[in-house]
Design a protein around this ligand. Structure first.
Ligand code: ADP
Ligand code: ADP
Length: 228
């Protein structure tokens, strides 16, 4: 069964069709990379999955449950983690406090338990040594790893990445690729928007190519990158 199931999903901005009847199934632990020209609807698709934007028609199911206007957004966003291009860490909080905030507020987890959980994920992304630092003291690649750890602290089933490597140097890019491959091995399902073809080739189980709000092609990366 698909963890994520998208059927005829459409999204309009006034009369502009940003998503035009999108269909996609993603299985547990699968990594889908979404490619396509600027303006093709990639970010809109990610935003609809997390309901930052509501869709206008079609359906969206996560683990068989429909995502609708009545869906509890706090629960949805615990289930679906989001990592942005610009990390979006809280600048006035330490790395550790960035990670413990949501578990403490949303899950009402005691501080000690939230910190133990956060340290586990900070270790997984190899940044535990910086736990007491503030975001501004870290490199872009380190901040992005903190952002990933922070999302993991809510123990999501699905992780969405919107251009996660856009601001990173090549070494940090390959670090993100390695983390995504680790997460897939743990059964986390991922959708990633990117412009970086090498990164896409390294992480994708499936390439989704979008243009003008439509999915034009769903192909394995080997096939996508050898087609003329
Ligand atoms: P991509 O991520 O592929 O670059 P987007 O999903 O950001 O594409 O945007 C798809 C289209 O929808 C673009 O033409 C964009 O201008 C338009 N769009 C995105 N967000 C809004 C918005 N909030 N209001 C109006 N139009 C928008
Ligand atoms: P090429 O892209 O030149 O054919 P490979 O695909 O063989 O090289 O990648 C060689 C190694 O470089 C891989 O093991 C990968 O971990 C690392 N690497 C370098 N750049 C990236 C990147 N942008 N994304 C992911 N991995 C990368």
């Amino acid at each position: 069964a698909a963890v994520l199931s998208i059927r005829n999903l459409s999204k309009l901005y006034k009369d502009f069709i940003a998503l035009d009847r999108i269909n996609l199934d993603v299985r547990r632990g699968e990594k889908v990379v979404v490619l396509g020209p600027s303006g093709s609807g990639k970010s809109t698709l990610i935003r609809c999955l997390n309901r930052i934007e509501p869709h206008d028609s079609g359906s969206l199911h996560i683990n068989g449950q429909a995502i609708t206007a009545r869906t509890d957004l706090i629960r949805l966003r615990a289930l679906v983690g989001l990592v942005f291009q610009n990390y979006n860490l809280f600048p006035h909080l330490s790395v550790l406090d960035n990670c413990t905030l949501a578990p403490r507020l949303v899950r009402r987890m005691p501080r000690a338990q939230a910190e133990a959980l956060a340290m586990r994920f900070l270790q997984q992304v190899n940044i535990a040594g910086q736990a007491r630092k503030y975001p501004i003291q870290l490199s872009g690649g380190q901040q992005q790893r903190v952002a990933i750890a922070r999302a993991l602290c809510m123990q999501p089933e699905i992780m969405l990445f919107d251009e996660p490597t856009a601001a990173l140097d090549p070494e940090a890019v390959s670090g993100v690729a390695t983390i995504m491959n680790d997460l897939a091995a743990q059964g986390i399902t991922m959708l990633c928007v990117t412009h970086e073809m090498r990164f896409a080739r390294h992480v994708a189980d499936l390439i989704v190519f979008m243009d003008q709000g439509r999915i034009m092609e769903i192909t394995p990366p080997e096939q996508f990158f050898t087609n003329p």
